[in-house]
Design a protein around this ligand. Structure first.
Ligand SMILES: Nc1nc2c(ncn2[C@@H]2O[C@H](COP(=O)(O)OP(=O)(O)O)[C@@H](O)[C@H]2O)c(=O)[nH]1
Ligand SMILES: [Mg+2]
Length: 428
């Protein structure tokens, strides 16, 4: 079956790209190209006229053919770079469907590439992370994995564990006195190294997942503290309403900003106070909910609260007209902008503790698999130091290997595949 989809976003654009993949895709597309120069033997890129059934040209486009397996999907593939008029795009898709293609599902081109062995699962996921990542750091991590960064590392860890299992199994089959003298010592070393690497993987993922999906930063505090003024100052725009009337902000106002390359989803909230106003009460409840799920909370002008949990920054605002009434991490004036640049640095430092560039995992799914693998290898370690039976030890190491396999696996259950590829865009 041949699949077809537009790979560029809907709407008017200079150029749009329609892709057709599958057996006979080249013949099928040729049926609506004037004097088609394409064949199944040689890949080709050419400017062509696209013609309707009546033979009249409806666009001039650059058409590129790829011959499977040397294509993105691993099968014959044609990319049509046409003018980005939605009418032209749907005409091409209609003509492709008329000659026996069907509309592609989201992510189906990449899924086909995976099923044809062009990419393993972690590499396919990196395509999604390259497209969706909210920062260039996240994009770079995706590209590293597209080139097999994570797969290579997993392969190496796996081969260490497989040799360990082989060695242990060999020693299971021989008599006690013939046991390799340093068996336990060398096994312990291998297992410790694997534990160390897996732990590092999880820590860096947790520290850097914000580079992919953004960090949620909530501004919280009493009414009139200047939360909306600070919000506007950080987003560089008069977006949130500022007045000297308490209870002005009721709904959560949010905006994506960039702090030193880190994508931040900044949220302005209703001031916390006892209120009888129903709408304001709902707003205050929303403020608490946002704060609970936030990566970082900026607490403004609240002398009663001091926090030392790394999740709060205690800020004194209006330092241009008032003296601080308690202990604060930083003094600012949202109105004049004084110390706001310094606050940005404090925000960045509170969110990014480690080295963002070290990350290898790009999805929650990968992280869960690493966590399960770590759990079993840790169990293996306790069995080893507790001098328990080698059989049990081997069992746990094998389970640990199984979860590593899930990260890159070429043979994966359908539900996992569906979950991975449904997050893609149509046409990728
Ligand atoms: N002098 C001074 N006034 C401020 C500052 N920040 C906010 N304000 C004023 O305080 C009032 C309340 O500000 P707003 O941002 O609406 O407070 P919110 O209720 O916490 O959102 C407004 O009149 C602001 O102009 C500041 O840093 N200095
Ligand atoms: Mg406000």
């Amino acid at each position: 079956m041949t699949i077809v989809a537009c790979s560029t976003p809907p709407g008017i654009s200079g150029i749009a790209v329609v892709r057709v993949s599958g057996k006979n895709s080249i013949e099928k597309v040729s049926s609506f190209i004037k004097d088609s120069p394409f064949n199944k033997k040689t890949p080709l890129s050419k400017i062509c006229f696209l013609v309707d059934k009546d033979g009249v040209a409806f666009d001039e486009a650059v058409v590129t053919s790829y011959i499977g397996p040397n294509s993105y999907t691993g099968e014959d593939l044609v990319e049509i770079s046409c003018h980005g008029n939605p009418k032209i795009i749907s005409k091409i898709i209609d003509l492709a469907v008329d000659v026996g293609s069907r509309l592609a599902e989201p992510g189906e081109f990449t899924k086909t590439a995976f099923l044809n062995g062009k990419l393993d699962l972690s590499e396919a996921e990196s395509v999604s992370s390259i497209i969706h990542s909210m920062s260039i750091v996240g994009v770079k991590a995706g590209v590293k994995n597209l080139k097999g960064g994570l797969s290579e590392k997993i392969k190496l860890i796996k081969s260490n564990l497989i040799s360990l299992v082989a060695n242990l199994e060999f020693n299971l089959d021989i008599s006690e006195e013939d046991l390799q003298p340093d068996l336990l010592e060398s096994s312990e070393k291998t297992i410790k190294n694997v534990i160390c690497w897996l732990e590092k993987c999880i820590i860096t993922f947790n520290e850097t997942k914000m580079f992919h999906s953004g960090a949620s930063v909530v501004i919280l505090g009493p009414p009139n503290a200047g939360k909306s003024t600070l919000f506007n100052c950080l987003v560089d725009k008069n977006q949130s309403i500022v007045t000297n009337v308490e209870g002005t902000t009721r709904d959560v106002v949010e905006k994506n900003i960039d702090i030193n390359g880190l994508p931040v989803i900044l949220k302005d909230t209703a001031g916390i106070r006892k209120s009888e106003d129903l709408v304001e009460k709902v707003g205050i409840e929303k403020s608490f909910n946002e704060a609970r799920d936030a990566d970082l909370i900026l607490v403004l002008n609240d002398p009663d609260k001091t926090f030392n949990d790394g999740k709060h920054i205690h800020i004194f605002n209006k330092s241009d007209i008032e003296k601080p009434d308690g202990n604060y991490d930083i003094l600012i004036s949202a109105k004049t902008g004084n110390n706001v640049e310094k606050l940005k640095k404090v925000i960045y430092k509170s969110l990014v503790q480690g080295k963002a560039h070290d990350t290898l995992l790009t999805s929650k799914r990968q992280c869960l698999a690493v966590e399960s693998s770590l759990k079993h290898i840790k169990e293996a370690y306790s069995l080893l130091v507790g001098e328990n039976s080698l059989e049990l030890l081997v069992e746990d190491i094998n389970r640990s290997i199984h979860f590593l396999d899930e990260i890159t696996s070429k043979t994966t259950k359908d539900d996992i595949l569906d979950a991975v590829f449904s997050s893609f865009c149509v046409g990728k």
